[in-house]
Design a protein around this ligand. Sequence first.
Ligand SMILES: [Zn+2]
Length: 506
Amino acid sequence: MDKSYQSFNKHFPKAISKDIRDYVTNVVLKESRYIFIRRVKGIQFGYCTHCNNRFMTPTPLKHNDFTDCPKCGSRCEVKNHGTSRKYMIDSGFVVYYEKSKVNPNAIIARAWRVSRDYTKEYTEVKTHYQHLAKYLFEPGNAEMYERYFWNDTWHKCNSVYSLESKSLHANNWCSEESIRKAIQGTPFQYSTWDKHDQPQGDYVKFFALYSKYPVIEYLTKLGFGYFVQAKLFDRKTFSCINWRGKRVDQILRLSMQEIKEVQKCGDCANPLHLRLFQKSRSDNNRPSFKEIVSFFNRSEDVASYLDYILNYAKLSQVMAYIKKQLQHSKNREYRDYPAILIAWRDYLQECIELGYDLSNDFYLFPKDLYEAHQRTMKLVQMKADEILDQKIRKRVKELEGFCFEHEGLLIRPARSAQELIQEGKKLEHCVGRYTEDYAEGKTSIFLIRRLNAPNKPFYTMEIRDNRIIQTRGFKNASATDTVKTFIDEFTKAKLGKKSKRKGVAV
Ligand SMILES: [Zn+2]
């Protein structure tokens, strides 16, 4: 056995105490109490698996009924002596806390799978304890060892975690009474463990966190329990909290004066407010915490938009700009600040794409956000279309060799995104969707036209890997005989093999 396990194990008692056994018997496996009935010479006898007494039944009992044992008073389920007990095993998962044997400041917890197996002789059933894990929580340190069954050894886990989720049964228990007793007189006594929702019912994650971050107590008492919850459930904490901080001001990254300001607002404050207050510390025109709270008063999560915008502007400027845009008579488009933040962020991203200088207030704070955003959106779209068309022009060059004419029909590659969209609209099929694949060279789109009406959409053809994938006319019509002949001739001349037409709809 290795040394670190040995010193770890010193914290744990060897035995399973009477308290634990009572908890398991009376709570965890409370339902696992049966009276087995059998008839001997016409008289019904019962056997209670809880008190192990045999008795004549006062009134006849029936299989699967519930009744109180006349000897011990336990609520029991009645079972026929002869019933099949092939699968009759009751089990549960239990975590129980105790004080450490060696460190008065530490608490421990043990996890067991407990079971009662009735598949053999039901008069000899004992509760079986399968030890699964040991936890140690002490100031600055939390450890967990898990047992490997195949060689009955204990292994240190990388992090402390609950085995509850691994448990296949819903019958999971943790004695809160045992926690209350264990933490008495230890630093865990005021940990606020019972003030938070828990991801699992066994509290091991909470105590592991608390061992590392005693600031949890402060945070909870200051009304910042949200952050503790966020840590417990692995949610965002916005880096608002300095978890290693010792003093309140270090923890909240604010001065005592500022913390008082925050506390005055009580429950209405949320992590976003706190973060904005922290982030605006160096603003010369800094809004008060109360102003921040009453301004950002909606539940929408706008943190990421604000983050982006605060790269370019101070919080006071952001708030002033939002107010102005909301008042702006034309800006009925934005009814509330989240709408403005979203549009503003998008607009700023478009400005970056278009190469505008955002250190210039003219671009950063456009007089009319809606109009400015419409403009940049169009420009960005045009830029994207232009890039697409450049790619398509390159494809047209590559595909020129496939141009072909025969008996009044011609075929040629599609020349632009616009042309493809028009083709799709006129023929009422959806070739427009293929524009990007076409531009990227993933497929090739050809237009079949009549020689006497070269600009009028007629049939559209998709070719991939030198193979015709589909040919579609108006409303996805298949090729007419004339078109079929044309396609055969085209195939012979340009694709070098017999055409394969497939009826896949576009
Ligand atoms: Zn009994």
